[in-house]
Design a protein around this ligand. Structure first.
Ligand SMILES: [Zn+2]
Length: 292
């Protein structure tokens, strides 16, 4: 039996075992995060630890179906550079790096790829990476914000959340603090936990507001330091280890539920609708419709 059926950590396999993993149709999970300020009470690696541990939790449960890649630890954080310690990756570099990873996987034969994101501002870039992967390779790729896994069971958040909506869960908040307290309690500065406001949320304008789980329909996203004093957006004073465990377990569970749907689902078939077939290759690096 190949090690590929019992090891979920991509980088722990050898190249012949990778071939076995391809044959098994394993789904690849690429965690993506950032080195970014999370207020005075949480370390800079929150957005790395959360998606990596959720991916590992899923991988441990299904080592025969999943491979978790080394985390993309540096993300797009240009708007957070007023807080010391934050490391920015230019958004074009970030897009190219993650796209290089998905294209490498597709080339080797992995056709199902999940980008499991921990840093909200990576999102528009990852959305583009996934779309480009789908158009420029024969693999299927999609981004998931790990926190959104908590919205699948409609009963979960109402039974979990105590902080105000919108704003109580946004950044270094009730949610991130709870999960970090569960995953790495020794590194939470418990004596420094304090709620933090988002100044434009305080205006109670129906257009312009933010939260982990939704954003207003016309929200201005700009320098974090222009609307936050401490870098804490939300109510970490409501965080507990128990809530962290519940949120972590639910995220892993829902990620596995998605894998059940995604793993062996046949790819939707693309068709060329031109009456007269195009006379040149598709530009922009996109593949032409395969002829069968
Ligand atoms: Zn975060």
């Amino acid at each position: 039996m190949s090690k590929a059926s019992e090891e979920f950590r991509y980088a722990k396999l050898t190249w012949p075992e990778i071939e076995d993993a391809v044959d098994a149709g394993k789904v690849c999970i690429v965690p993506t995060g950032a080195v970014e300020q999370h207020g005075p009470h949480l370390p800079l690696d929150v957005d790395i630890i959360c998606p990596t541990e959720v991916a590992f939790g899923a991988g441990r449960a299904r080592p025969d179906q999943l491979l978790v890649l080394p985390t993309v630890s540096y993300g797009y954080t240009g708007h957070v550079m007023d807080f010391p310690g934050t490391i920015n990756t230019h958004f074009e570099h970030f897009i190219h790096q993650v796209l290089d990873i998905t294209k490498s996987l597709a080339y080797h034969g992995f056709k199902k790829i999940i980008l499991l994101n921990g840093h909200g501002s990576n999102w528009p870039n990852l959305d583009l990476v996934a779309r480009r992967t789908n158009l420029e390779t024969d693999a299927e790729c999609l981004p998931i914000q790990w926190t959104n896994l908590l919205t699948i069971d409609k009963e979960f958040l109402p039974s979990w959340r105590e902080s105000a909506f919108p704003g109580g869960c946004a950044h270094a908040c009730e949610l991130e603090t709870s999960v970090y307290m569960y995953l790495d309690p020794d590194n939470v500065r418990m004596d420094k936990i304090a709620n933090g406001t988002i100044s434009y949320n305080e205006e109670n304008n129906p257009f312009n507001w933010v939260d982990c789980f939704a954003t207003g329909p016309a929200t201005v996203l700009s320098w974090t330091a222009s609307y936050s004093e401490t870098g804490v957006l939300g109510e970490p004073e409501l965080a507990t280890v128990e809530k962290g465990k519940r949120a972590y377990d639910e995220s892993v569970h829902q990620l596995l539920t998605f894998v059940d749907y995604f793993k062996d689902r046949p790819k939707d078939v693309r068709r060329d609708r031109h009456r007269t077939p195009p006379t040149m290759p598709m530009p922009w690096g996109q593949a032409s419709v395969p002829t069968v």
